[in-house]
Design a protein around this ligand. Structure first.
Ligand SMILES: [Zn+2]
Length: 329
């Protein structure tokens, strides 16, 4: 779907398609435990968040050089542009690379080779958000922030991802305070598999401006009222929710009720190579499964730009919003 939109919840490592995984494996002399792209694609069937994460980390072994990260980002940006994405705020997971001996500079500079020229090459403006792995220690997150200090001109904010349950936001209070002191924007995954309390904690303790997922807010009317009142954006990922069994089928997704309640929802792709679709595919899927009206889809697109970290270029944001208003279905 070519409706102009911003993508606010996208893990660049989660855009690694089987074909590129094999290409990079061959280039770097990395042996993958799969015979071919078909058998790898078959492995992209998960039971839950943890089984997905196991494969996600396994495949990262093919990403070694700046050029690998550049190719990965360019492949994503081309696909996103073809589906109407005009602006992308892209997550990356440095700890997963540092642990394999790949330096912070290799990751950031490699991604930047694609992101820095994306407006020109793909017609997509970009920002980079560095995520901490919540199943790693708070100390490791602090070390990661330290390692990123030479590259802060490339990084707009910090996020929190990976296995949620048992790793409440409060564990990362210190690193979020340090990030805020450095002028970084703050977001966090919360309320995907974890309880509504994690969303409250992310807001109150970490000071986040957006909640990634946030689906389980619907279990707390009090929290919903707060999110509506404060216009806190939620970066929902419908196809991801189905693949990771957060909802049974897309037709059961609470998105329509959430919009009716006045929540500031956006629709995103999370890890599109693994979850069966990019941003436009997610829009199309919710339109078909949930019967969203054109005005609802336009509202989702408007929300995505309103929730973007585009404060440095309000002219650009206004141009994107005008494109959404002028879009003809
Ligand atoms: Zn995510």
């Amino acid at each position: 779907m070519s409706l102009p939109k911003a993508e606010l919840h996208l893990h660049i490592e989660g855009t690694l398609e089987p074909e590129l995984a094999f290409e990079l494996a061959a280039r770097n002399g990395v042996e993958l435990p799969y015979a071919d792209t078909d058998s790898l694609r078959t492995a992209y069937q998960f039971e839950d968040l943890q089984s997905f994460l196991n494969l996600y980390y396994e495949l990262m072994a093919v990403l070694r050089t700046e050029r690998d990260f550049e190719d990965l980002a360019n492949a994503y940006l081309a696909r996103a542009a073809a589906q109407g994405v005009r602006h992308a705020e892209i997550f990356f997971d440095p700890q997963a690379h540092l642990a394999r001996g790949v330096e912070m500079g290799t990751v950031v500079e490699g991604l930047w080779r694609a992101l820095g020229s994306s407006a020109r090459n793909h017609g997509v403006s970009t920002q980079l958000i560095m995520c901490f792995l919540r199943d790693e220690s708070a100390e490791s997150a602090l070390e990661t922030l330290d390692a990123a200090k030479p590259y802060l001109d490339r990084i707009v904010g910090v996020g929190l991802d990976s296995a949620e349950v048992g790793h409440p936001p409060v564990k990362f209070r210190e690193v979020y305070e340090a990030a805020a002191a450095l002028g970084l924007r703050r977001v966090a995954h919360a309320g995907e598999e974890g309880p509504p309390e994690y969303i409250v904690e992310a807001l109150d303790v970490l000071g986040v401006e957006r909640i990634d997922h946030g689906l389980r807010c619907v279990e707390s009317p009090e929290l919903v009222a707060r999110l509506v009142r404060d216009r806190v954006p939620l970066t929902l990922c419908p196809l991801s929710n189905v693949r990771l069994r957060t909802v049974d089928v897309l037709g059961d997704h609470p998105l329509p009720a959430m919009l009716d309640a006045g929540l500031m929802c956006t629709v995103n792709s999370d890890d599109p190579a693994y979850f069966g679709g990019y941003a436009g595919d997610n829009f199309e899927a919710v339109q078909q499964a949930l019967g969203l009206s054109e005005e609802r889809l336009r509202e989702l697109a408007r929300n995505s730009f309103l929730a973007s970290f585009l404060e440095h270029d309000e002219e650009l944001r206004a141009r994107y919003l005008a494109e959404v208003d002028a879009y003809e279905f």
